[in-house]
Design a binder for this molecule. Structure first.
Ligand code: KG4
Ligand code: ZN
Length: 346
């Protein structure tokens, strides 16, 4: 079974072909990072226009010489509505033209299954964590399409916190990979930033941490008497920037690791599966694998290129939906939903 996956929910236009749920036959991705960099965040209008400009080219590239495609999987939410619509309309047009079924995919579920791309033997049940630019969710995955959402962020997502702190420091966009790199030279214990453990709840909160970094920088500015209202990394020593990055990152990772491992233990699960852009983070990977080992729990991450948005994870999720019959053969009228929740398949 050859499935085409289409992902356009945010700022990556990506298509992929997955054969028999196991083999990534082709993958094409256009990242809009350079278009949004000057704005230090995603500009929705620019994102949808860029998807529109690129998508046909990627369809041609990915389908060139391919004889048969059995189904199309397309992200229908959550995400930016204009961006989602480009993917949906492309998928429906192709589905109609090729006379193949089209299935709508929840972007968060696709992130959850992304570590399975390279490990066919990995199956639910597992404790799932989605740590992306838009979301932070803790999900008990009982089976494919059968979930219990235990907790989510009450304010900023983990990735948003990385991007906003990077912006405060005057660093580039997206901030996550930059902070990850700079933190390697810093001391994680240099600054005692707060940890929002929210004991007794599976929810997360990262906005207080971001504000703590802001206040730290404002205090530095006051103390320096420089009259500079905004302290950016260019005004600070490279060691101090590294220390801020390491201390901030250690606060994020400590909360994520404690909660994810605790949830796995509480629900008696021996597997933890993490997806989403922040799952590319080297410190999170190291700490979660270490804590997992201490508790005899195996931790699975996607390889770094499949941590961030990609069409392969959408195609793979589509494969499971097709295989298990969760699709409508005549469905050429999908609804996109910018705030699509995680729901059980029906
Ligand atoms: O999953 P994703 O591509 O998009 C959403 O679905 O939101 O995640 C993008 C997020 C951005 O916030 C980016 O800064 C973060 O993932 N990110 C990282 C790393 N690589 C990407 N955060 C921390 N460390 C990284 N290495
Ligand atoms: Zn994503």
């Amino acid at each position: 079974m050859m499935i085409l996956g289409i992902e356009t929910s945010c700022d990556e236009t990506s298509l992929a072909l997955i054969k028999d749920g196991a083999r990534l036959a082709r993958h094409a991705l256009f990242s809009q990072n350079n278009l949004h960099r000057t704005f230090k965040g995603v500009v929705p209008e620019i994102a949808s226009r860029s998807h529109l400009e690129k998508i046909n080219e990627l369809v041609e590239e990915i389908t060139l010489g391919i004889k048969k495609i059995d189904g199309i999987a397309v992200t229908i939410g959550p995400g930016l509505v204009g961006s989602l619509l480009i993917g949906k309309m492309t998928a429906e047009a192709l589905g109609w033209g090729w006379d193949v079924p089209v299935v709508g995919i929840n972007h968060l579920e696709a992130h959850l299954y992304s570590p399975l791309l390279e490990r066919k033997e990995l199956k639910p049940p597992f404790m799932g964590a989605i740590v992306s630019g838009g979301h932070t969710h803790l999900v008990l995955v009982e089976d494919f399409g059968k979930y219990k959402v235990l907790g989510r962020t009450r304010d900023d997502s983990a990735g948003e916190a990385y991007d906003k702190v990077a912006k405060l420091l005057g660093l580039d966009y997206p901030g996550g990979p930059i902070i990850d790199r700079l933190a390697k030279k810093g001391n994680p214990a240099a600054i005692a930033f707060p940890r929002a453990h929210l004991y007794g709840s599976w929810d997360f909160s990262f906005s207080g941490l971001k504000t703590a970094v802001l206040y730290f920088l404002q205090n530095l500015s006051k103390r320096s008497g420089s009259g500079v209202s905004k302290i950016e990394s260019s005004h600070l020593s490279s060691q101090l920037v590294a220390d801020i990055c390491a201390s901030f990152q250690s606060a994020v990772v400590e909360v994520l690791v404690r909660k994810i491992v605790l949830a796995a233990k509480k629900f008696g699960l021996k597997k933890i599966v993490v997806g989403g852009g922040v799952s590319a983070n080297s410190f999170l990977r190291k700490e979660l694998i270490k804590k997992g080992k201490e508790n005899k729990i195996r931790v699975y991450f996607p390889s770094v290129p499949y941590s961030t948005d990609n069409g392969a994870m959408v195609a793979l999720t589509g494969y499971y939906k097709f295989k298990k019959g969760f699709y409508n053969a005549k469905n050429l009228d999908l609804e996109v939903d910018p705030s699509l929740p995680i729901r059980n398949w029906s």
